[in-house]
Each structure stands twice: as structure tokens, then as C-alpha cells.
Design a binder for this molecule. Structure first.
Ligand code: GLU
Length: 250
């Protein structure tokens, strides 16, 4: 693979943008609004230029945990996580809808479980709904339906969910916005000499061995392991995937 075949988001007709919890919510549990506004500005510019964009948004559990005063970021038990998700999701949807509206865009909320995407009929329903929304110029805001998914049937992380949504939506590209700017030879938060791998043409055992599931924020759930799995799902469907740091505006 050379520069010419490198993933270029501007060439994607349909793009999925996944936003991790640590970008959306600060350590105190408040929305990181100024940063989010810069992201929405970019999404709006692309959408108004005719690109179709769906957002996979984490943050429900982190937001809800703060509102309910739950310990451990709301992840101490499945019941806590579900209560936090139910409480946080409504706030999350409100924030996205408000910010998008300020930029002249309409938002729609879609909550899915793993089961929804494993069952063919429901998969096709989701495909039709997302396709219709995108064709209408609406920006779908997608999250896992954490309130009904049990430990056994959860995605658990929105990285893989974003890749599956990419398949469902017949997208060309998936961007994982994270607190890390890509895959490193080892977790850079713990290994100072770790080096960034700018491009991964094929995922093999050597690449997998570089990933661990420790997140620096402790807020999200997947770490690099779920990002590599997401990349594998996306690649299998012919979709490019990029891991990009959302630590800077825009
Ligand atoms: N669905 C979870 C939430 O909205 C996030 C899962 C993840 O951390 O990737 O809080």
C-alpha cells in the first residue's frame, strides 16, 4: 500500500465517525463542549458538501454515572452501567442534537444491540433506516443499547460497534476518534519508547501483539485491542479505518 491508496476521509461518500468517552466527557463527568463544537463544525462542513456522516457516540455511561453519583465511572456492575447508560444517553442525545442544530443539521438517535446486527431481518431493517436517514441529510447518532444488552450479548465497546455500523451503512470509511493517535508498537502510556505505526496494510499476529486493552482515561472500554478488532471487521468489508487523536480541536 502506498500514499495513493491511503485512507482519505474526504473521498468517502459515507463515513462513520466514532467518538470515545474520554473525548466527550471530562474526568469530572461533564461534557467537553468546546472540543465537541469543533468536531461538529467539521462534520457540518462535510455534510453540507454532500458527504454522508453517521456518528457512533460513546459517553452515555460516563455521563450518567456523574448524574447518578455512581462509583467507578458507573462500571462497578452491569446494573450500574445500565442505569448510567439510560440516564446518560438522554443527555448525550440532547447535546448532539443541539450542537448539530446550531450548524443547520438534524440528528437522529439509533440504539442497537449485537443481536440486532446478527439477525438478518433486523440487520436489513437497520441498513434501510440508516440509509434513509443519510439520504435525507440527517446525522444518525448511534450507540449500543446498553440498557437491554446483557454481559453475554454486548458489544461492550463502541470501536467494534462502529465497524459493524460501517458494514450496515455500506460506508467507505470509519474514523475512530480516541485519546491516542494511532497504533503504537506498545502502549505509549506505559512504554516511553513505543513507536507509532503510521499504516497497517494487513492485520496479523505481530500487529495484534502490539495492542493491549488498557485505556489511559479508564473511561472507555476497549483500548487498542478493540480498535484492532474493529479494523479487522472493517477491512473484511472493504472499509478503511483510521485511529485518530481527538485531543486537539478539529
Ligand atoms: N456504549 C458505552 C457508552 O455509551 C461506551 C462503550 C465504549 O466505551 O466503547 O457509554
Amino acid at each position: 500500500m502506498n500514499e495513493a491508496t491511503r485512507f482519505s476521509p474526504e473521498r468517502c461518500r459515507r463515513l462513520i465517525v466514532k467518538v470515545g468517552s474520554a473525548l466527550l466527557v471530562d474526568p469530572d463527568g461533564a461534557i467537553r463542549r468546546p472540543w465537541l463544537e469543533t468536531l461538529v463544525e467539521d462534520v457540518a462542513a462535510r455534510a453540507h458538501a454532500g458527504q454522508q456522516i453517521a456518528i457512533v457516540s460513546s459517553g452515555a455511561i460516563a455521563l450518567g454515572a456523574r448524574r447518578l453519583g455512581l462509583p467507578g465511572g458507573g462500571r462497578a456492575s452491569l446494573e450500574d452501567a445500565q442505569a448510567a447508560a439510560a440516564t446518560g444517553q438522554i443527555a448525550l442525545a440532547h447535546v448532539w442534537a443541539g450542537l448539530l442544530k446550531d450548524k443547520g443539521l438534524r440528528a437522529a438517535q439509533i440504539l442497537v444491540t449485537l443481536g440486532d446486527l446478527e439477525d438478518r431481518r433486523r440487520y436489513l431493517n437497520a441498513t434501510a433506516t440508516i440509509g434513509r436517514l443519510l439520504a435525507l441529510g440527517v446525522v444518525p447518532i448511534i450507540n449500543e443499547n446498553d440498557t437491554v444488552a446483557t454481559e453475554q450479548i454486548r458489544f461492550g465497546d463502541n470501536d467494534r460497534l462502529a465497524a459493524r455500523v460501517g458494514q450496515v451503512a455500506d460506508a467507505d470509511g470509519v474514523i475512530l476518534l480516541s485519546d491516542i493517535d494511532g497504533l503504537y508498537t506498545a502502549n505509549p502510556h506505559f512504554h516511553r519508547d513505543a513507536k507509532l505505526i503510521p499504516l497497517v496494510p494487513h492485520i496479523d499476529g505481530e500487529i495484534e501483539a502490539m495492542a493491549d486493552n488498557r485505556s489511559a482515561s479508564g473511561m472507555g472500554s476497549g483500548g487498542m485491542v478493540s480498535k484492532i478488532e474493529a479494523a479487522r471487521i472493517a477491512a473484511g468489508a472493504g472499509i478503511d479505518l483510521a485511529i485518530i487523536s481527538g485531543r486537539i480541536p478539529h
